[in-house]
Ligand binder design. Structure first.
Ligand code: 5GP
Length: 193
C-alpha cells in the first residue's frame, strides 16, 4: 500500500470526532492508517487528553513551532491556532500507511493545492439537518456565545463542500463509519499512476 493523505473536514458539530473514534476501533483501519493528532492553542474541553485528542500548547509555543517550519499546514479557526505536524506525515510515509487528519475547510483547501491529486483524498462530513448541528454543539457544554459563533462558522464552512472528493451525510453513525471505511479501502486499492 502507498501512503496517502486523507483529509476529513466538515462543520463543527457534524460528528467528525465520533466517526473517527469509531473508525479507529476497526482492525483494518488501525493496521493501515494513522490518525494525525493536531496541535492547538485552544483550551482543553472536559474529557479531552493532551496527546490523544490534541497536543495542547500555548500560543507562543505554537508560533515558535510555526516559525521553525514544524507544520505541514496551520490555520486560525475562530480565535485559536491549529496545525498538523510534518513529522506525523513522515511517520505515515515511513510506515507506508495512510494518514487521516481532521482539519478545517481552509486547511483542506490549502493542502489540496499543495498535494498532487493522487496523493490526497478529501472527505466532507455533514450533519443531516441544521437543527441537529445546534443540538450537537449545545451538548458539548459550551457557552451560548461560543455555540452562536460555531453555528455561524458552520454555515460558512458548508460552502467549501464543493472542493471535496466525497461527502458523507452523518445521519446514522454506524452507516457513516461504514461509508468512510468504504472510501478509505477503495482509495488505498486505487492503481498508482
Ligand atoms: P475543535 O476546536 O472543535 O476541536 O476544532 C475546530 C476546527 O479546527 C475543526 O474544524 C477541526 O477539524 C479543525 N482542526 C483541528 N486540527 C486542525 C489542524 O491541524 N489544522 C487545521 N487547519 N484545522 C484543524
Amino acid at each position: 500500500m502507498t501512503a496517502k493523505l486523507f483529509v476529513i473536514s466538515g462543520p463543527s458539530g457534524a460528528g467528525k470526532t465520533s466517526i473517527l473514534q469509531k473508525l479507529f476501533q476497526r482492525r483494518f483501519i488501525r493496521s493501515n492508517f494513522l490518525k494525525g493528532i493536531s496541535y492547538t492553542t485552544r483550551q482543553k474541553r472536559p474529557g479531552e487528553t493532551s496527546g490523544r485528542d490534541y497536543y495542547f500548547v500555548s500560543k507562543p509555543v505554537f508560533l515558535r513551532l510555526k516559525k521553525e517550519k514544524f507544520f505541514l499546514e496551520t490555520q486560525k479557526v475562530l480565535e485559536h491556532y491549529y496545525g498538523t505536524a510534518y513529522r506525523t506525515y513522515k511517520k505515515a510515509l515511513r510506515q507506508k500507511k495512510g494518514l487521516i487528519i481532521c482539519i478545517d475547510v481552509k486547511g483542506g483547501k490549502y493542502l489540496k493545492k499543495s498535494f498532487k491529486k493522487d496523493r490526497m483524498v478529501s472527505v466532507f462530513i455533514v450533519p443531516p439537518r441544521a437543527k441537529e448541528l445546534y443540538r450537537r454543539l449545545a451538548k458539548r457544554g459550551e457557552t451560548k456565545e461560543t455555540i452562536g459563533k460555531r453555528v455561524r462558522l458552520a454555515e460558512k464552512e458548508m460552502k467549501y463542500l464543493r472542493f471535496y472528493d466525497y461527502v458523507v451525510i452523518n445521519d446514522k453513525i454506524k452507516e457513516s463509519v461504514d461509508n468512510l471505511e468504504a472510501i478509505l479501502r477503495a482509495e488505498q486499492l486505487r492503481r498508482g499512476k
